[in-house]
Design a protein around this ligand. Structure first.
Ligand code: LMR
Length: 393
């Protein structure tokens, strides 16, 4: 039976880091997949995570299943982290296998609730959004978001589109912060206007907040998602602990769905439990237990926040250095765009051919779209990186 299968093309994001790993040049710079790296190029286990793992190992008395919707202590703690201390009785929550697993559960729920809802993603968006959500059998379309010439959000085009094209009940994917792949985020004023547009047109926000804490800070990064939670009757949120807790391989995320009543939230939760049962039956416990432990312990929580701030500061420092180096070498616009963008990513205004030249001639590994993961560089790489970028123009 399997001899009819033909090989799948490489994943456009993951394959870049595979190519970087195979490159033997000592000065290579891997700006590919979105994982945090320290100055030595290492992705460490966070101190608070290690401490929580030791503590939790001593406390754990059983390995029996938790539940189809995961660890409630985790679900509640992460939702409170994202939304702050508000009434969340209209929210249904479920643990996901990372932010991706969470996104997929939300997609399955949308499909169960509506056969006609179209899900709109921004242009551009994370390369796996459309395959991952679309695999639930949902029609996927896109809305204008980033202006490659201006190197910024085109909020006028986005607003105009969302006010006129999608129909009531369609779903709009929004990056809560640290837009992947551009790093170009909405301002608080723009989030406010967006909330009005969604309300006026009956659109459902689906906020993907995978990089929480890595933009301007924990509370600042939550401005948009909190605004929508306050103003919208219904919405979805997919949160991830891969980047901000460094729990990539432990696969920890949360899907939270706001409904119109507590009773409706209970029903939505029963559907998410059913989706899980049919997909993977039960979620894994370890990472969720670690996050719940950290967020429930004042000392560990403070330690985690300190580390999160250190990570953000390192990335912001690299961003400033690269922006400055591009600026002094005559590319003021690119430098200024880099400086105002947020989080792990920025998108250089290069063609796929120029991106390929950066990889081949300069051993600088970025995506064909021009996306760079700034955390992949060390401070010592910045001058060379800026020169390589300028060389291909
Ligand atoms: C990325 O965008 O590089 C990360 O979210 C990792 C991934 O799975 O694509």
């Amino acid at each position: 039976m399997f001899d009819v299968l033909t090989a799948m093309p490489d994943d456009p994001i993951l394959s870049i880091s595979t190519a970087a790993a195979a490159d033997k040049r000592a000065d290579k710079i891997d700006l590919g997949v979105g994982i945090y790296k320290d100055e030595a190029g290492h992705t460490p286990v966070m101190r608070a995570v290690k401490a929580a793992e030791f503590a939790y190992a001593g406390l754990e008395t059983t390995k029996k299943y938790v539940s189809t919707t995961g660890l409630e202590a985790f679900n509640t703690a992460l939702l409170t982290l994202v939304l702050g201390d508000i009434d969340t009785s209209h929210f249904a929550t479920c643990q996901g296998a990372g932010g991706s697993g969470a996104l997929r559960i939300g997609a399955e729920l949308i499909k169960r609730a509506s056969d006609s809802a179209v899900v709109y993603v921004p242009t551009p968006t994370w390369g796996n959004h459309t395959p991952l959500i679309g695999s639930a059998g949902i029609e996927m379309k896109s809305y204008p978001y980033y202006d490659r010439a201006e190197l910024d959000v085109n909020f006028a085009a986005m607003s105009e589109f969302l006010s006129t094209v999608p129909k009531a009940g369609d779903v709009i994917i929004l990056h809560g912060c640290c837009h992947n792949p551009t790093g170009a985020d909405l301002s608080p004023d723009q989030w406010d206007s967006l909330a009005d547009i969604l309300t006026a047109n009956g659109l459902i926000a689906y906020v993907d907040i995978a990089y929480l804490g890595l933009g301007d800070g924990l509370d600042e990064d939550c401005y948009g998602v909190r605004k929508l939670a306050e103003t919208q009757d219904e919405m979805l949120i997919a949160a991830s602990c891969s980047k901000n807790f460094g729990l990539y391989r432990d696969r920890v995320g949360l899907i939270a769905v706001k409904t119109k009543s507590k009773a409706q939230a209970d029903i939505a939760k029963s559907h998410m439990g059913r989706v899980m049962r049919r997909m993977i039956s039960m979620p894994p416990n370890h990472g969720a237990a670690v996050v719940a432990h950290i967020l429930g312990d004042d000392e560990l929580r403070a330690e985690w926040l300190k580390e999160l701030n250190e990570m953000r500061e390192r990335m912001n420092g690299l961003r400033r250095s690269l922006a400055y180096a591009l600026d002094v070498q005559g590319h003021e616009d690119m430098g200024a765009a880099l400086a105002r963008q947020k989080g792990m990513f920025s998108m250089l205004p290069v063609t796929p051919e120029q991106a390929a030249r950066l990889r081949k001639d300069h051993s600088v590994y970025l995506l064909d779209s021009g996306r760079i993961n700034i955390a992949g560089a060390a401070q010592d790489d910045i001058e060379r990186l800026a020169s390589a970028i300028l060389d291909i123009f």
